[in-house]
Design a protein. Structure first.
Length: 301
């Protein structure tokens, strides 16, 4: 028997709401859980593969999803009836999906986010510590380095894209009692570097562009998650590379590798390292540590 399993969450009845004339919003639970997120991804994947008329866009979120549709082609009540039928038919224990495990390099405690966070210490819970030091302390780690090792240890799943265009939200694939949790800043910053790796609640977010933000800053990635011009080959099909259901393996790098990757991006030759896999929620729930090890072996083995 595995030492730890993922505690399953019994979901309430889904809540269906109209959003004007051409949106339907479905809430599966009021809080994020693997069960709620996996169910949202399973349903939205099935919708995208269906031949329902009038579908414009399907947007999965952490514990909900949004459907944009054309009311001239499908009535909202007909769409909701289809969604309810999918909710009844899909059982996560029997569902799998094709996705990717992606190598995602991070320069932790980098000079750019460090300079930024030091400018906004008056907005922070602990003005005398860096974001990494504060996050390590409140999570019971002896040092920022030990905290970084934990953050980069187990893989993280992309649970949704949003808030700003191209921003991936990721949730570490570990049991609840191992989840890192940190609050957002007391007051948001007015500046955050592009490609900053931030953390709020139990989510890592990668800021695709420079702008305001309130998540604790841990580092910066050299890779792009948003390529509006689609200059890089990985963005040929979409200007956003990470997609809901993808799995990211954060990897600590040094400044030399950071600069090398940025040079490849600048000359247009960079390509993400990833492997295609079939993800099994049931196998993950049963033994997350062993399953994560298998995923990492696929990526680097």
């Amino acid at each position: 028997m595995p030492e730890k399993q993922i505690q399953r969450t019994e979901l309430p009845s889904a809540r269906y709401e109209y959003g004007g004339d051409d949106y339907v919003f479905v809430e599966l639970d009021q809080e994020m859980s693997f069960d709620a997120n996996f169910k949202a991804m399973a349903i939205t994947q099935q919708i995208q593969e269906s031949d329902l008329p009038g579908l414009v866009e399907v947007c999965p979120a952490n514990a909900s999803y949004l459907i944009h549709f054309s009311p001239e082609e499908i009535e909202p009540d007909t769409l909701i009836a289809e969604l309810k039928e999918l909710d009844r038919e899909i059982h996560i224990s029997e569902y799998e999906w094709d996705t990717r495990i992606i190598d995602f390099p991070i320069l932790y405690d980098d000079p750019w986010t460090h300079e930024t966070l030091m400018r906004f210490r008056e907005n922070h819970q602990d003005p005398d510590a860096t974001d990494l030091e504060y996050s390590a302390r409140i999570n019971g780690f002896e040092s920022a380095e030990a905290f970084i090792d934990a953050h980069a240890g187990a893989p993280h799943m992309v649970t949704m894209i949003g808030f700003v265009p191209g921003l991936p939200w990721t949730f570490q694939m570990v049991p609840r009692d191992e989840q890192i949790e940190v609050p957002k800043y007391v007051q948001p910053r007015t500046d955050t570097p592009s490609r900053a790796v931030g953390y709020g609640g139990a989510f890592t977010a990668i800021y695709p562009v420079q702008g305001a933000g309130g998540y604790q800053l841990f580092g910066r990635t050299p890779v792009e998650v948003l390529d509006v011009e689609q200059n890089l080959s990985d963005f040929a099909d979409s200007m956003v590379f990470p997609q809901p259901g993808d799995i990211m393996k954060f990897r600590k790098i040094d400044r030399g590798e950071y600069d090398d990757i940025r040079a490849e991006i600048e000359d247009g030759t960079f390509q993400y390292r990833y492997e295609e896999i079939t993800f099994s929620p049931e196998a993950f729930f049963e033994d997350p540590e062993a399953y994560n090890a298998e995923l990492i072996e696929v990526l680097y083995g």
